[in-house]
Design a protein around this ligand. Structure first.
Ligand code: NBG
Length: 841
């Protein structure tokens, strides 16, 4: 056979006949189907069949199968007509789809063989795929894990989002630190999405409210853009059920082009609406420092909500039978809308508007329907992340919605004044509208809490904090509205597919692979945690994953790392509350101590490779300074001949889902070290623990529950607890804080110029002073540093005892069953959505 890259779409092996075959499940048939697509669904010129062409043809062959399953699923749902859940999220971090689709369809072996017949390895082809990075961090990845679980549990459910052309930026690391460039997943096209030309809805912006003679109101005028549906198939694991992630794209119509103006040479003016429509789905989270940036973000949010609700309502109405149209009061028994954080809050006034103005319902009826339909998940208590929209901006863009929000607020305030006089003085914080004349805003979280039937946090501690602090007064009004749903992750992508070696060992020892959909079965590993045979198999799987990771690191950074050193990883968005700064200060301290040691002393230390990765929001200055510091420390440490055998520091560029799939299986220690009370849950902590990686962490978010499940002896705990934090901040303000000498030493060393000429003063100053958010060490790096370093010393000790470490590693995996997103989604389905499985027969 000719060399792979020399092949063309006209020169395939003669023995394999090209044939469209969506049901192909044997290697030769699959290869025939791939050849068919290479020839007859061409996207490239026919003279070449390189890895890229092979990826698209392979994806298309899978897509055939997925379309078939999809259609069966739609048909079945349509026949059974169950209650369905609609998950509204501004973010989805889908990552790559090929390996996941092949794995969920259980076609791994046949696909690998088929591609080999065509001269390729499956892994090589999978490598070609770009990540769909339509998200920012944990919140977006959670949405994607949830979709996988919904499909796997056969739940009638949909994901709704936006089809960002560039998604989240790509991170480049240069001498200046982080630089952002536009992401290019749609530069060619995505083989997974299918455009539904029949699913188009108009979405209005601006305009005004017209009052009809009968007193009813109607939103008219302004700009109208079209929302066009692109569906991405979400296959369940070993089930026929295949559900949809429906992504909206904004478009203008042909008639919106002003031909007259165009012919006058006024090209931009003529295509104004086209370009305004295009802006909506250009990027995720456009900068919002300017007025136009804020307006664009608000447009994005409304666009998602309006298109999705029109779609949901039209599906509801389609079911109207010969007996006449359906009653609106039945809507909540057919539809559950879940708002992923406050970004889709506008779903509330939009549903009200559609019911009131377009369908003629009265206020009470519309409110009853809406509030029985929507539920809200809170994902953060950080004040700067709790959305507040300027009232004037809202009046301008969404005048009818503002009327509705005012009415909701007015009625809420009235209820409090008549039924809860004790809360009257709290109304200034409880009301939806904050009418402070300086800066009147709409508090989106308040609108969500007032309007939703259920509000949930994402880990027990977080939900407790919501009830005790942020939403405490609401709890006294509606004690049963608040729930906890501890986050989870899909064991398919995050263990089965990203670490096949470890998965096979687990299956072998548990004598079943049922753990993939029943993750609690992992507890069965506990009885073998001391078993030498298991330990040695475990160690070799880990070693293979570390080796693979080391090669990757060398390829992308040029730094060669010692595969026998302890792989210590912190990857997540860069944020001061996540305290990457504490991590790197710890590294700086370690470096200084290593430098001070005699060579024989150094030889007794446990070698470490510290890897840090994550993106900083483009306008978040301190986060970018942290990225720069980590890179600079790495440059110095890695080229220090005395130390670099014992310590390496690597900044892993452009952290995303695919990079995570490489890092997590190869990790041994991971850091989840946020200031207690500030990380709502965290989900990478779950992925690391599931992969047998030990955690050094604070009692924050889901760490608390992970530690409970895997046992406190298997977790390196340190730091203040959430209830101590306010007192510690107060003490700091009062000038009572006495820093640990190690903390001072590390800071001084960082400032000394050893790590280059960049001025770290402004970054390190955030740890100084006595008060202020962003100053006065609000995140308690100084306070926690001492116990952090002590815990790190325990890590070093434990790592020297190989048997003990392996046992702890096995116990981590064994205790991770609770953190399957299958468990989380089953709880949402039962306790919030009231929906049931609807498996395709
Ligand atoms: C994030 C939290 C994480 C949590 C994810 C998913 C936002 C607003 N919140 O701790 O910071 O794991 O949500 O729930 O992105």
């Amino acid at each position: 056979m000719a060399n792979a890259n020399g092949k063309s779409a006209t020169g395939f092996p003669e023995k394999i006949s090209e044939k469209a075959n969506p049901e192909a499940n044997e290697a030769t048939e699959i290869a025939g189907n791939i050849i068919y697509h290479a020839k007859y669904s061409p996207h490239f010129s026919p003279l070449k069949f390189g890895p890229e062409q092979a990826l698209y043809a392979t994806a298309e062959s899978l897509r055939d199968r997925l379309i078939q399953l999809w259609n069966e699923t739609y048909l079945h749902f349509n026949k059974v007509d169950p209650k369905q859940t609609y998950y509204l999220s501004m973010e989805y971090l889908q990552g790559r789809a090929l390996t996941n689709a092949i794995g969920n369809l259980d076609l791994q072996g046949p696909y690998a063989d088929a591609l080999r017949k065509l001269g390729y390895e499956l892994e090589e082809i999978a490598e070609q795929e770009k990540d769909a990075a339509l998200g920012n961090g944990g919140l977006g990845r959670l949405a994607s894990c949830f979709l996988d679980s919904m499909a796997t549990l056969n739940l009638p459910a949909w994901g709704y989002g936006l089809r960002y052309r560039h998604g989240l930026f790509k991170q480049l690391i240069t001498k200046k630190g982080q630089e952002e460039v536009a992401e290019d997943w749609l530069e060619k096209f995505s083989p997974w999405e299918i455009v539904r030309h029949d699913v188009v809805f108009p979405v209005r912006f601006f305009g005004n409210v017209q009052i009809n003679p009968d007193g009813s109101r109607k939103w008219v005028g302004g700009d109208v853009v079209q929302a066009l549906a692109y569906d991405v198939p979400i296959p369940g694991y070993k089930t026929k059920n295949t559900i949809s992630l429906r992504l909206w794209e904004a478009k203008a119509r042909a008639e919106d082009l002003d031909l007259f103006q165009f012919n006058e040479g006024e090209y931009e003016l003529a295509a104004q609406l086209h370009s305004r429509a295009q802006q909506i789905c250009t990027v995720l989270y456009p900068g919002d420092a300017t007025e136009s940036g804020k307006l664009l973000r608000l447009k994005q949010q409304f666009f998602l909500c309006s298109a999705s609700l029109q779609d949901i309502i039209s599906r509801f109405n389609e079911r109207s039978t010969s007996e006449g149209s359906r009653k609106w009061s039945e809507f909540p028994s057919k539809v559950a809308v879940q708002m992923n954080d406050t970004h889709p809050t506008l779903a509330i006034p939009e549903l009200m508007r559609l019911l009131l103005d377009d369908n003629g319902l009265g206020w009470d009826e519309a409110w009853d329907v809406t509030s029985r339909t929507v539920a809200y998940t809170n994902h953060t208590v950080l004040p700067e992340a709790l959305e507040k929209w300027s009232q004037s901006l809202m009046w301008k863009l969404l005048p009818r919605h503002m009327e509705i929000i005012e009415e909701i607020d007015k009625r809420f305030v009235q209820t409090i004044c008549t039924t809860r006089v004790d809360l009257e003085d709290k109304l200034s914080t409880l009301s939806i509208l904050d009418n402070n004349p300086q800066k009147p805003v709409v508090r989106m979280a308040n609108l969500c809490v007032v309007s939703s039937h259920t509000v949930n946090g994402v880990a027990q501690l977080h939900s407790d904090i919501l009830k005790a602090e942020l939403f405490a007064d609401y709890v006294s009004i509606w004690p049963n509205k608040f729930q906890n749903k501890t986050n989870g992750i899909t064991p398919r992508r995050w263990l089965r597919f990203c670490s096949p070696e470890l998965s096979d060992i687990i299956t072998k020892w548990l004598k079943t692979d049922k753990w993939i959909t029943d993750l609690d079965l992992l507890t069965g590993l506990r009885q073998f945690a001391d078993n030498e045979e298991l330990q040695s198999e475990w160690a070799s799987a880990k070693a293979a994953n570390k080796q693979r990771l080391a090669q990757y690191i060398e390829r992308v950074t040029g730094v060669s790392i010692n595969p026998n050193s302890l792989f210590d990883i912190q990857v997540k968005r860069i944020h001061e509350y996540k305290r990457q700064l504490m991590n790197i200060l710890g590294v700086i301290y370690r470096f200084k101590k290593l430098k001070e040691m005699k060579p024989e002393e150094r030889k007794k230390t446990a070698p470490r490779t510290v890897m840090i990765g994550g993106k900083a929001f483009a306008t978040y200055t301190n986060a970018k300074r942290i990225v720069k510091l980590v890179n600079d420390v790495g440059d110095v440490v890695n080229s220090d001949p005395e130390v670099n055998e014992y310590l390496k520091v690597v900044f892993v560029p452009n952290y995303n889902v695919t990079v995570a799939e490489m890092l997590i299986p190869g990790s041994e220690l991971s850091q989840h070290i946020s200031t207690a009370g500030m990380e709502a849950s965290g989900t990478s902590n779950m992925k690391f623990a599931l992969n047998g990686c030990l955690i050094i962490g604070t009692l924050d978010g889901a760490n608390v529950e992970i530690r409970e499940e895997i046992g406190e002896e298997n977790f390196f705990l340190f730091g203040a607890t959430a209830d101590q934090v306010p007192r510690l901040r107060k003490e700091r303000e009062d000038g009572l804080f006495k820093p640990d000498p190690r903390f001072e030493e590390a800071k001084q060393f960082a400032k000394s110029g050893v790590f280059g000429s960049y001025d770290y003063g402004p970054l390190l100053d955030s740890l100084e002073g006595n008060t202020g958010y962003g100053r006065g060490d609000y995140f308690l790096v100084g306070y926690d540093f001492a116990s952090y370093m002590d815990a790190q010393a325990k890590v070093d000790e434990a790592y020297k005892d190989r048997k003990r470490w392996l046992k702890m590693s096995i116990m981590s995996t064994a205790g991770s069953g609770k953190f399957s997103s299958d468990r989380t989604i089953a709880q949402y389905a039962k306790e919030i959505w009231n929906i049931e499985a609807c498996p395709v027969p």
